[in-house]
Design a protein around this ligand. Structure first.
Ligand code: FAD
Length: 378
């Protein structure tokens, strides 16, 4: 928190001159909106929220914060779960929602340049009609800047990688107020330091990302999906590991335990068996359609055969781009729905695949079951 009220007033005044008074807000409600995001951590109010509309605006904000020695926290959509956006020391919350332009789309080169406040769904709506898509999907409608800053991943990471694999270059305003372009659009270049990857996962601590050039992909012409339930968590985990080891080209694969399946069924009025379940999909272009069909018809049943499968509920459906991955979104929404208003915790794990099944069994039996059962479905 700023020590002297008069210097805080002066800072707000100067911010108003730089950005326009409408884009410098210190109302209680807006400050509260920027005090915690989706995390369970204790909130912390910023002194003021600013809405810059360009890289130049961001430079002005950074320089003023520097001059007044005030902390600055970038704020995307506030969907991060680990307290990233909490302004622990007050100061300025820099909301990127006005940095929302899709600057350049090149379907030929398979890349797109966007400002950092563009959201995942906004980008998807622009790309889909062009027959291309950006694959990283953390479920929430996060901003691209926030996704870069947290190194986001999602259900398609098994096939397309996370943000780390899909960002070509960034424009960043450093804490000194300098504008850095991390590299050109060229795919092949070994010149200079790899600054792009330094900023991916930097969680707002190394600078404010103002735009990003992203890798995009042709939309698959056909998608096949399977939903398989298992009698044990361990069997489901083994199937995931072996699917990857065998190089079976799944586009998505996601594990939901029996408790989560129950939640998904209730939330979205679905009728899946309440059991440990793998949802997986596989996409293909016209060129490898033949291979794709043979995968669908032969490999999956052969591969699954003999595994500890309770039931293949909805298997090997073959459609033309209409599988909405409804269950997965249901899972994201359901978890969100369940957690709201309750104490919640989230953390990332680094585990040896050998012990993954056992670990999930432990988490499933102790934490989730207690949580879902007692807090959400009395
Ligand atoms: C229901 C639900 C499901 C989720 N599932 C996943 C998942 O599967 N995988 C996953 O990875 N995440 C997941 N998340 C977490 C979250 O969606 C991601 O962390 C997302 O990338 C955060 O983006 P955001 O725009 O909301 O960023 P914010 O929460 O606003 O900010 C996150 C961090 O990035 C910094 N930041 C934001 N914008 C910028 C910028 N322009 N420049 C510099 N720093 C910036 C902030 O200071 C902060 O440190 C989920 C969240 C929810 C609510």
């Amino acid at each position: 928190m700023l020590a002297a009220t008069d210097s805080l007033d002066r800072l707000k005044e100067e911010l108003g001159v730089a950005l326009g008074a409408d884009y410098v807000i210190d109302s209680e409600a807006v400050r509260a909106q920027h005090s915690m995001g989706e995390s369970f951590h204790k909130a912390g109010l910023p002194d003021v929220v600013v809405h810059p509309g360009s890289t130049e605006d961001v430079v002005a904000v950074v320089q003023l914060c520097r001059a007044y020695r005030v902390p600055l926290v970038p704020f995307g959509a506030g969907t991060s779960l680990e307290g990233h956006v909490v302004p622990l020391q007050g100061g300025v919350s820099l909301d990127t929602s006005r940095l929302n332009r899709i600057v350049r789309l090149s379907v030929e080169d398979l890349d797109v340049q966007v400002e950092s406040g563009v959201t995942r769904k906004q980008l998807d709506a622009r790309l889909r009609p062009e027959g291309v898509f950006f694959p990283v999907d953390p479920g929430a409608d996060a901003t691209i800047g926030g996704m870069v800053a947290t190194g986001a991943s999602g259900t398609t990471t098994v096939r397309y990688g996370a943000m780390r694999e899909n960002v070509l270059s960034l424009t960043v305003v450093t804490p000194e107020g300098e504008v850095v372009r991390t590299r050109s659009r060229a795919r092949k270049s070994s010149a200079g330091y790899d600054l792009t990857h330094l900023f991916i996962g930097s969680e707002g601590t190394l600078g404010v990302i103002t735009d990003a050039t992203l890798r995009i992909y042709p939309s698959p012409e056909a998608i096949s999906a399977a939903v398989c339930s298992f009698t044990s968590l361990d069997a489901a985990v083994r199937v995931v590991i072996e699917t990857i080891q065998l190089g079976i080209p799944v586009a998505r694969i996601e594990l939901l335990d029996d408790v989560q399946m129950d939640a998904v069924n209730r939330r979205s009025a679905l009728g899946y068996p309440v059991a440990h379940t793998l949802k997986t999909s596989c996409g293909a272009s016209a060129v490898n359609l033949l291979y794709f069909v043979s995968f669908r018809a032969v490999d999956v049943p052969r591969f699954m055969l003999g595994r500890d499968i309770g039931k293949i509920v909805r298997s090997l459906t073959f459609r033309v781009i209409d599988f909405g991955w409804r269950g997965a979104y249901s899972r994201h929404k359901k978890i969100h729905f369940c957690l709201h208003g309750h104490t919640k915790a989230s953390w990332d794990h680094e585990l040896d695949t050998q012990i993954l099944g056992g670990f999930l069994f432990f988490v499933n039996s102790v934490t989730c079951r207690f949580y879902y059962t007692f807090f959400n479905f009395p």
